[in-house]
Design a protein around this ligand. Sequence first.
Ligand code: GLV
Ligand code: MN
Ligand code: MN
Length: 458
Amino acid sequence: MKSVIPVQLSNRLSNGYLIIYSFVWDTKSSSPADRENAVKDLPLNPSADRLATDLVELSALSDRDQPGWSREVFGEPYREARTWVARRMQDAGLEVSSDGAGNIVGILAGNSPGAPPLVTGSHTDTVAGGGRFDGVVGVLGAIELARCLRESGTKWTRDLVVVDFLGEESNDWGLSCLGSRAVAGELSAADLSRVDRAGVLLGDRYQQFDLSVDSVLSADWLRERRPHAYVELHIEQGPLLERRRAQIGVVTAIAGIQRLVATFTGRPDHAGTRPMDDRRDAMVAAARAVLAVQQLGCGAPTHGVTTVTNLDAGTASPNVVPASVQMKMEMRSIDRSWFSAAQQQLVGDIAEQAAREDVDVDFIWTNDNEILDTTLAVQNAISGAAENAGRSWVAVPSGATHDAVHIAGICPTGMIFVPSKDGRSHCPEEWSDVEDIAAGVEVLGRTLAQLDRAEKVT
Ligand code: GLV
Ligand code: MN
Ligand code: MN
């Protein structure tokens, strides 16, 4: 890892989708043993004011030419923001570096440097036209936790490793969680050979961001350190906590994501002369497919969502019956049996709709991530910590994906949610109250303190 020399801090200081879950775990109490084990005497008082200041400063580092707060991976505002994050980590007393995959890493040394470390963090990139809290809360919350530990003179046994993972949001190359995949050893040369719409290789985009393909592919340092546990603080991005009036969400599972590109091929004809009953209209076939996709999601018995995100008729002229349309969709679920059956059903449904228009259709599926069940011992540590902090909590699934999915491949993993106003996310209106975020930081700290004491997290 190389040291981060903050180049220049910007002084620009001005400045989901809604998943309808049909299935929520009931609120339950943590066991007496969890409460007994939970750390009760931790002097931990996260500052809502400091968090608010950091949120405002970081949100100012966004793309002014886009609506909302846009800081897409590899963009200039993102580059500036990484320098800002590194500086904030340094100010909090963390030893800061950037790794070969572009992650910003801050370490607060524990008393036993050789012990498997505790890891926390999240991401600071956004979707285009996104909000100020998604991912950011986990990074700024971890920095605030480090400040609190330093101020109170608390030193844990284990190192606390804080990571701002590069590029968590899905991008034009169709791959989310670039940085967390890299440190977990999940990023492959084939991934870096993906091309975006403009034909640019992902590997070349990394190079333009001063990261070589070799360094990205050999950045699996976190796997090498065999972490003790990973706990990520994040906004819920959905409506469940608000509806249940709970301050904390203990995440039980993270939805798997399958993406599909369906290409409809019909026949070009004159739009003014071709009779309506003698057309092979790829657009009409695609439109029927959109509704089939929606219906499939509506029929999920426990949890499942399906979304068509894009229809592209290429350079279709205004007076030609569309001959080719590409449809992009994604489906997510935490319900394994529905998820695999639904993929097969969808292919059948779309083919049937295309046949009605005498249109051919081809399918390309890609998997973004499998369904993840978080580690039970970490869930219990979080709920015990919430109770000891006097915070109400519920167990919830996550329909959004997270860096945690990939870190779970190398260590026990859990996630803490704080409420999102009206469940809105991936939009400028995304909002979480800073007092709720501070409560989340407290629960994060108490959870990690408890895990620090555990010899093994199983
Ligand atoms: C990221 O926020 C995702 O769930 O796609
Ligand atoms: Mn996120
Ligand atoms: Mn997101």
